[in-house]
Design a protein around this ligand. Structure first.
Ligand code: GLY
Length: 262
C-alpha cells in the first residue's frame, strides 16, 4: 500500500520563501481547507496518510517533499537550499525511519526534493538555486548500488524541476517545454501542458490516478484525452506560497500487513 507523509499548514505560511512569485496574502483557513481536501483525496485513493503537526516556526513546512527522496530501498534526507527550511528535517526523519534506511546529503551539497524526479531506475535532478552539483554527486553515490542512474538536468523559469516536469506513468512525463527541454528525457514520452497553463506540469501520480491542480483544466483535459484517470485538486492558496501538488506529500510503497486471523 501507499503511505503519504503530510504536514499541516504552518500558521506562518505567509512568511514562506518566495523565489519567482510576488508576496501576496495567504488565507490560512483556505490553505488549510485545501490541504485537508488533498489529504482526503489521497485517503480516498487508498493511501495511509501520516499527518505531522503544523509548526509555527517553520513557514514552508507543509511542503514536505523537499526534505527527502524516498526510494524503495532507502530515503535520502536532503539538505535544503533555503536555510529557513533546514529545521523541517528532524520530524521527517522520524516519520521515515520507521519505513526506510536513512541516508543524508551533507555540506556543501544542497538539495530540495522538489528538484528530484524519479522515473523507474532513472533519477533526474534539476540544478537550481536550491540544488547543486555536489549534492547530485553525493546522491549518485548513495543510490548507485541499488542500480539507479542519476542525471543532472538544467531547467529555467521556475523554482524546482518538478514545476517543469512530473511523471504521469512509468514512461510518460507531463512537461512545460518552455521550462525544460523535452530532449532532456530521451527515453520518455512527453505530454506538453496547455500553452495557456505554464504552471500545470506538477501533478501527483497515485497508482493509476493523476491529481492535477484545478486551476489548470485544459491540461487536465489533455491528460484525460490521453487516457489518464484524472482528478482535480484545489490548491490555489498553497500556490501563493510557491508550492505545488507534489510538494505536499512524500508518497511511497510499504508492504500491506497481512489480515489478522485472531
Ligand atoms: N515556498 C516554497 C519554497 O520556497 O521552498
Amino acid at each position: 500500500m501507499l503511505v503519504a507523509v503530510t504536514r499541516g499548514v504552518s500558521p506562518n505560511i505567509g512568511r514562506c520563501e518566495l523565489t519567482h512569485l510576488e508576496r501576496e496574502p495567504i488565507d490560512l483557513d483556505s490553505a488549510t481547507t485545501q490541504h485537508s481536501l488533498y489529504e482526503r483525496m489521497l485517503l480516498g485513493l487508498g493511501c495511509r496518510v501520516e499527518h505531522l503537526e503544523a509548526d509555527p516556526d517553520l513557514p514552508d513546512s507543509v511542503f514536505v517533499e523537499d526534505m527527502a527522496v524516498v526510494l524503495d530501498e532507502s530515503a535520502v534526507i536532503t539538505r535544503p537550499g533555503a536555510l529557513s527550511r533546514r529545521g523541517e528535517r528532524p520530524s521527517i526523519e522520524q516519520a521515515l525511519e520507521l519505513y526506510r534506511r536513512l541516508e543524508h546529503i551533507r555540506a556543501p551539497g544542497i538539495l530540495d526534493g522538489g528538484d528530484v524526479l524519479v522515473v523507474g531506475r532513472n533519477i533526474y535532478v534539476g540544478l537550481s538555486t536550491r540544488s547543486n552539483a555536489e549534492a547530485v554527486q553525493q546522491f549518485r553515490a548513495l543510490v548507485a548500488d541499488e542500480g539507479y542512474d542519476v542525471f543532472e538536468v538544467g531547467f529555467r523559469g521556475c523554482l524546482h524541476l518538478k514545476s517543469a516536469a512530473t511523471a504521469v506513468s512509468d514512461d510518460t512525463l507531463l512537461v512545460n517545454p518552455d521550462w525544460v527541454d523535452a530532449g532532456t528525457f530521451p527515453d520518455l514520452a512527453c505530454i506538453p501542458v496547455d500553452p495557456t497553463e505554464p504552471k500545470a506540469a506538477n501533478v501527483v501520480r497515485v497508482g493509476d490516478t493523476v491529481l492535477f491542480a484545478a486551476a489548470f483544466p485544459r491540461t487536465g483535459e489533455r491528460l484525460s484525452d490521453a487516457g489518464f484517470d484524472v482528478r482535480p485538486v484545489e490548491a490555489s492558496e498553497l500556490a501563493k506560497a510557491e508550492g505545488a501538488l507534489t510538494c505536499c506529500s512524500l508518497l511511497f510503497e510499504v508492504p500491506t500487513l497481512p489480515a489478522s486471523t485472531g
